[in-house]
Design a protein around this ligand. Structure first.
Ligand code: DON
Length: 319
């Protein structure tokens, strides 16, 4: 049911001024220098905080880029939503819901306490524990096979072959004791199949995949388009998988600030600690943004501002 239908084709009504509005959203928030670049992964601390890119891709394949929209940065936590989509495509709605969950923890993305408070259940796929549990669900007999499935799957969402940033991967591997602890805690509760350090290694690789704001917009637009990449025309996941994924992103994509974002902006969005955010307007398109300075929850400040501006200007609020 609905599995093969594409949401929309043809130019989008009301989007005639989209180029101008993308430029306006960018210009309006360019000078904002609040927040701080993440440095708990040492290499991320070296990012140039002046970088700022914004991109919109609509479900007809129309592309609107401004600023540093083609600058490469590591996808980090934004990988979680796309790996989640691939895991549901593989295992189905019920199984993934049972194992990973769909409710917000109300706690930070790397909280150990959230696991302890919930009998080791990760609660949702957007926090690190839930993302590690989701990565474990990816098909593949070895960690290398799981990793390749993830890289290929995310590349299909982006419409180009994505590559890992080796320096980011190595930097995080030297400092990711907390994620290893989360993996082992999941395993101790019997909630992780396979070797937890191997799974955390694959998770760390997926976070180190390099993308641009433009890539994020294409990836998001694929979910907006019912699972068909509007630029390449390739079906990546089913329409049902898109609905499941976007519901969970709406509830937890910006961690403990997800409710506030939904209340003010009204579309599902997912952040990464390198400064990327993708926001998806189902049936319409998606915005990708990049700016390294983050708020205290780990969400890019200018990316939130620019996407919020666009959501209002284009009337994207779902509610
Ligand atoms: O596992 C981590 O901590 C990072 N690889 C990803 C965290 C992240 O992006 C949180 N987001 N805003």
């Amino acid at each position: 049911e609905g599995v093969d239908q594409r949401v929309s084709t043809g130019a989008l009504p009301g989007w005639e001024r989209v180029d101008e509005l993308v430029q306006e959203a960018f210009d309006r928030h360019r000078a904002d220098d609040s927040g701080a670049v993440a440095d708990y992964i040492p290499i991320l601390g070296a990012a140039d905080p002046a970088l700022f890119g914004l991109a919109v891709v609509d479900v007809t394949g129309g592309v609107h880029d401004v600023g540093d929209a083609t600058h490469l940065f590591s996808i980090q936590s934004i990988s979680k939503m796309f790996v989640y989509a691939l895991a549901i495509q593989e295992h189905g709605h019920e199984r993934v819901r049972e194992i990973v969950g769909v409710n917000n923890t109300g706690l930070a993305f790397n909280s150990v306490m959230a696991l302890e408070l919930n009998a080791g259940h990760p609660m949702n796929p957007m926090v690190n524990a839930g993302a590690i549990a989701t990565t474990a669900l990816m098909p593949g007999a070895t960690p290398a096979e799981k990793w390749e499935r993830i890289r290929e799957g995310l590349s299909a969402f982006a419409g180009r072959s994505l590559a890992m940033d080796g320096e980011v991967y190595r930097s995080e591997m030297l400092t990711n004791q907390r994620n290893q602890a989360l993996g082992r805690l999941l395993a101790s509760y019997g909630r992780l199949e396979g070797d937890s350090d191997d799974i955390v290694d694959v998770y760390t690789r997926q976070c180190a995949l390099n993308v641009t704001a433009h890539d994020l917009a294409v990836m998001g637009a694929t979910l907006a388009d019912g699972g068909v990449n509007p630029v390449t025309g390739e079906r990546v996941v089913s329409a049902d998988v898109c609905r499941d994924t976007l519901a969970v992103v709406a509830a937890s994509g910006l961690y403990e600030r997800s409710g506030e974002w939904l209340f003010e902006i009204g579309i599902p969005a997912k952040s990464g600690v390198a400064g990327g955010i993708v926001a998806v307007a189902p049936g319409k398109g998606a915005a990708g943004a990049f700016s390294p300075r983050l708020d205290r929850a780990g969400n890019s400040v200018r990316s939130q501002l620019a996407i919020g501006h666009l959501s209002r200007a284009l009337g994207l609020n779902l509610f």
